[in-house]
Design a protein around this ligand. Structure first.
Ligand code: EVA
Length: 601
């Protein structure tokens, strides 16, 4: 278990969190000579780049944008003398896709996986009241034993290139905030919460994990800072009278303050802002606080100009403003867990989130979104690399749930995106992944995975694992696009009829449907890629959704245009956005604003 690294860094009476964001030294390592040449002690060369950011789009040189292999980062950080006696660590929001951290020349930690936080504990390595050198070796190569999956090619000139099995650019580097943190030796490691309602009150069952045996206290404060409940012990029940439930566009948060006490002496203190709500599936309905909700929103990406996948507060703010304007209530963190600040914002804004782990590309193909439509199979789950991939996948599921389980906004876990499911060999793999999520989540939230076009009622071996079905469907785009759209609609209905015939008694959510659209293209009558066709396509999909009562949500692909690998199917990226990459509305955005503003299914 790597629990304690998941607590979001906060300042309290006995904890410190200091931002290390800023300009860091940077260097690519084309010849992989850094280790030999002693770069762990400091980098040669004067180049500086911002952290957090993806490094790819900052330069004007194509070799930099496409760089695949090892890159190095370096900064100096001052560790205050008054921290001596505490645990001290550097906490990375993420390092994509893997990293080794060196502090004052000594390896502090090695971490695999590019979208979740980790700590380099440096209590005994740092010099107090002095600057310390932090060097990070990041590697962004794709392979089939870590998630997401892909390949690394070597070109005839010896340069490496990323070939993802997925449709987004392989942005990488230190893409999220980095902080120097200090916390007590005996400390709080984890907090778990489960909610129930009794009349007007909430009953909150809590569990606190600590590294020692001193007394734990928990106090709950409302938004006006009035204490509304308290309890002692590592496990217990808190009753919050007249609870203000967290809901859509009603992001009411309570402050939970947890302390470890030795008599009157405070040993540790941590707090979190918590929304209280329940989520469950009942028949074909998704219930929030016992009431039916219809999900309206997007599959998104962390993606924007210049900083790539780097966390940018301005982009986050704009995205939420656009989502509120268009009357969305939900988004999926396709195709990886996002930066923690985004979930905090969703909690505050009352926006629902389907939280997705980075298990994308579990289908051996560089164009799976196309090839799956043709019925192609690749026997992905029969490869001998699967046990190692599974191990990594399970770790990421555990870490994601540990990190995000207390966010009110998170209503479900998406455990894979578009894996191959038509082969029996997938079944034992899915079984383990779904069991892991159940075991890791104290709230037992619904679990799902996004199903590719060829995972159909008659051949999909894995849909039964999902508490609600998530369908990614492109009838009228990849299949029967343009003037054939009437046939596309008929085929779409035929598939849904077949799901209906199975009497699954579970909700179906469309987690993807969309059409590439050039914002500069208008054409009457429509052609594919024009704004007019995007609208016709969306209207067709919605006619279909509205005919089936078990459809519990529509998350259009995508919120905004985003960068992908270059190719003949992508015009400088994927253009299925309802907004442009600069977050300006395409014509379809006005249509959604109306549909979602009025819709209450
Ligand atoms: C698409 N289709 O073709 C999208 C991809 C996405 O960007 C998919 O899940 O099925 C994928 O990543 O536009």
């Amino acid at each position: 278990m790597r629990t304690c690294q998941m607590l979001y860094p906060r300042d309290t009476v006995v904890r410190r969190a200091v931002s290390m964001d800023g300009m860091w030294k940077f260097r690519t390592d084309q010849r992989q000579e850094g280790l030999e040449k002693g770069w762990t002690k400091g980098l040669p060369g004067p180049d500086l780049i911002p952290v957090p950011a993806s490094f790819q789009d900052l330069y004007t040189d194509k070799d930099m944008r496409e760089f695949t292999g090892d890159v190095w980062y370096e900064t100096d950080v001052f560790v205050p003398g008054e921290w001596e006696g505490k645990e001290v660590a550097v906490r990375f929001g993420c390092a994509t896709h893997r990293a080794k951290v060196y502090v004052n020349g000594k390896e502090a930690v090695s971490h695999e996986g590019g979208f979740l936080p980790f700590l380099a504990v440096v209590t005994d390595t740092v010099q107090y009241n002095a600057y310390n050198k932090v060097v990070v070796l990041v590697n962004n190569e794709l392979n089939v034993t870590s998630i997401p999956c892909g390949e690394t090619k070597v070109l005839s000139n010896g340069k490496k290139m990323s070939s993802p099995y997925f449709d987004f650019f392989n942005y990488s580097g230190l893409q999220r905030p980095v902080r120097l943190i200090a916390y007590p030796k005996e400390h709080i490691e984890d907090l778990s919460l489960v909610y129930g309602f009794e009349g007007e009150d909430a009953v909150v069952h809590y569990t606190v994990e600590t590294t020692g045996e001193h007394l734990v206290t928990v106090d709950v404060f409302d938004a006006l800072s009035e204490k509304v409940a308290s309890c002692t012990g590592k496990e217990g029940e808190l009753r919050i009278p007249h609870v203000h439930k967290w809901g859509i566009r009603d992001g009411y948060l309570y402050r939970f303050v947890i302390r470890i006490m030795d008599g009157d002496t405070l040993i540790d203190e941590y707090y979190d802002e918590i929304g209280i709500r329940t989520v469950e599936i009942k028949g074909t309905d998704i219930l929030l606080n016992g009431e039916k909700v219809y999900l309206k929103g997007f599959g998104k990406h962390e993606d924007s100009d210049i900083v790539g996948r780097g966390f940018h507060m301005g982009v986050m703010k704009r995205d939420f403003e656009c989502m509120k304007w268009i009357n969305a209530n939900c988004f999926r963190t396709s195709h990886y867990p996002y930066s923690e600040e985004i979930y905090q914002m969703a909690d505050r804004e009352g926006m629902l989130v389907i939280d997705e782990v980075a298990a994308v590309g579990l289908f051996k193909s560089l164009m799976n979104f196309m090839e799956a439509s043709t019925g192609k199979k690749t026997a992905f789950f029969r490869e001998d690399t699967i046990p190692q991939l599974l191990e990594e996948h399970l770790q990421c599921v555990e870490d994601m749930i540990c990190r995000d389980k207390n966010h009110a906004c998170v209503i479900a876990w998406s455990l894979l995106n578009e894996p191959e499911t038509t082969d029996e060999a997938a079944v034992p793999y899915f079984e383990k992944v779904f069991a892991k999520a159940w075991e890791a989540d104290p709230q037992k939230r619904p679990r799902t995975f996004a199903m590719i076009m060829n995972s159909l009622p008659h051949n999909c071996k894995c849909y039964q694992f999902s508490d609600f079905l998530s369908l990614n469907r492109y009838y009228g785009w990849y299949l029967m696009g343009g003037y054939e759209i009437t046939d596309a609609e008929a085929a779409f209905r035929k598939e849904l009829d077949a799901w209906e015939a199975k009497k699954l008694d579970r909700p179906v959510v469309f987690t993807e449907y969309g059409a590439d659209t050039n914002p500069a293209e208008h054409k009457l009558p429509s052609v594919m890629w024009s704004q007019e066709y995007q609208l016709e396509y969306l209207e067709m999909c919605h006619r279909v959704f509205d005919s089936y009562p078990f459809v519990a949500g529509e998350l259009v692909w995508n919120f905004a245009d985003f960068q992908t690998t270059e190719g003949i199917l992508r015009m400088n990226g994927n253009k299925k956005g309802i907004f442009t990459r600069q977050r300006q509305p395409k014509q379809a955005a006005y249509y959604y604003r109306e549909r979602w503003g009025g819709k209450s299914r």
